[in-house]
Design a protein around this ligand. Structure first.
Ligand code: 4AD
Ligand code: MG
Length: 464
């Protein structure tokens, strides 16, 4: 009996002696003087390839096998044998090789061994076939699995919040509009746009965060998380910003900010631990080729406690640092990435949770402290990537909330349902959002966020 098997499983000693079918893509072909060839086959199931021995006696050896080049697709039947080769326990002795599709070596872009990451971004349809992007895809998958494992094990309810929304959670105004109005037929005489004719009867947008809807479910069902794509139309062309990214947002009734920080720390450690445990080969690859410190950094973080300090103390540390910053530091400024990096990379040398930020810097929903100047916000900062999590304890007092909305130019009538949560059985609650790509970036050590999402959307770029 022939068993269909992945490269990952075919590489394991337990597979020796089995008659198998392996399907994948050729990475390399090496012809031996003895009249046979070695094929390296990859199917995405692992970083490592399966070595296939193609004997000269195969029916199509001269006509097809000897013409196989990188990128060609094949189906191979044969027996798994112990291998004498370095770095592999097994190899596949081919009895039959079916060539499914050739890849013309003249035009196949991945024929050449090394391309820059920038160049590979132009080939988003082919880059998953490289070691780097295969490894990123597997680590990203592992992180998503850990996210669900962690919250499910802690009895959080997975809630699907909407992608299309009429409310602006972060109040930043950087939202993509969703409309069926014909843009080239809008009135040009200055008369107002008739939103009542639009699909939803009013302006609608792609969500920047599922938090507000998440709060609805937390304030009914206790512990929830939402996990999905979010969209921001900020025109920031940095190595840490995407216009479309994934965010996981837990929200918990009866939690205060300290509970929230504890949850965030436990959660991140779990993601890092799992990546190390489940993606050993891929992590070793990143450590070797992209960031020589990534495994050591993760191991250290998993074992130590995150530093926690109020924004006000962080400002003092930065002011006393003697460091020359491009943006001078004073109480009330939004910390820039140079400041965050100083704190995480030089001062504390590890993750830092900053909390209690000035109220002027943060959205309306964060709980105002008794000092009146700060809110119960928290940002988790990590070396190199900077902010990876943003969250807060939420304002549960209706009067303070409506005052904060007014302060930020929002009409509380537009958020009547959000206010209702405070009107009927209000409870203290808290939550946060982790940017999935920032997490994958940090874990892998990849320098640019565009290389940890399959199809990056950034200003001026949405091919594929
Ligand atoms: O700090 P942010 O804006 O917080 C919120 O949206 C809250 N509503 C979350 C909550 O409390 N439920 O975003 C949360 C995280 C950031 O820390 C960052 O990791 C990521 O989302 N993020 C981005 N990632 C990639 N590209 C962007 N443009 C991002 N903006 C935020
Ligand atoms: Mg933030």
């Amino acid at each position: 009996m022939v068993t269909r098997i992945s490269v990952k499983h075919a590489r394991q000693a337990a597979a020796i002696g089995q008659q198998v079918l392996v399907q994948g893509w050729i990475r390399t072909r090496r012809d031996s003087k003895g009249g046979f060839s070695f094929l390296e086959v990859n199917d995405g199931s692992s970083l490592a390839n399966l070595q296939v021995v193609a004997d000269g006696n195969l029916a199509n050896y001269e006509t097809e096998v000897k013409h196989l080049t990188a990128g060609s697709s094949v189906a191979i039947e044969g027996e798994i044998k112990p291998s004498g080769g370095k770095g592999q326990a097994t190899e596949l002795l081919a009895a039959k090789i079916t060539v499914l599709g050739l890849a013309d070596p003249e035009s196949y872009p991945l024929q050449k061994k090394q391309h820059s990451l920038e160049k590979l971004r132009e080939w988003a349809h082919l880059r998953p076939r490289t070691n780097t992007f295969g490894a990123v895809a597997r680590v990203r998958n592992s992180v998503c699995r850990s996210i669900h494992d962690f919250f499910q094990e802690e009895d959080f309810l997975y809630v699907h919040t909407p992608i299309i929304t009429a409310s602006d959670c972060e109040g930043a105004g950087a939202m993509f509009r969703v409309t069926t109005l014909e843009l080239d037929k809008l009135p040009r005489d200055g008369s107002p746009i008739r939103h009542e004719l639009d699909f939803f009867g009013k302006p609608a947008y792609l969500t920047v965060s599922g938090q507000l809807e998440g709060e609805i479910f937390a304030c009914s069902l206790g512990k929830i998380y939402t996990f999905g794509p979010t969209f921001r139309a900020e025109n920031s062309n940095t190595s840490r910003h995407l216009a479309e990214f994934w965010m996981v947002e837990p929200e918990v009734a009866f939690y205060d900010l300290v509970d929230n920080m504890d949850l965030a720390e436990r959660f991140l450690k779990r993601l890092f631990r799992d990546a190390l445990d489940r993606c050993g080969d891929d992590m070793a690859f990143f450590n070797e080729h992209y960031d020589k410190t990534t495994i050591e950094t993760l191991e250290k973080i998993v074992a130590c406690e995150f530093h926690r300090l109020p924004y006000t103390e962080a400002v003092e540390i930065l002011q006393k640092s003697g460091e020359k910053f491009e943006f001078p530091v004073e109480w009330g400024i939004d910390l820039q990435s140079e400041h965050e990096r100083y704190l995480t990379e030089k001062h504390f040398r590890g993750p830092v949770i900053l909390h209690d930020y000035p109220r002027t810097l943060k959205p309306f929903y964060m709980r105002v402290n008794d000092d009146g100047r700060t809110v119960r916000a928290m940002d988790v900062l990590v070396p190199k990537v900077g902010e990876i999590i943003g969250g807060s304890q939420r304002e549960e007092r209706l009067d303070v909330l409506t005052q904060r909305m007014a302060e930020q130019g929002l009409r509380s009538e537009d958020y009547w349902w959000y206010c209702d949560l405070r009107r009927y059985g209000t409870v203290p609650h808290a939550g946060f959002g982790l940017g999935l790509e920032r997490a994958v970036q940090f874990i892998t050590g990849m320098a640019n966020i565009r290389d940890v999402i399959p199809f990056p959307r950034t200003p001026g770029s949405a091919e594929f």
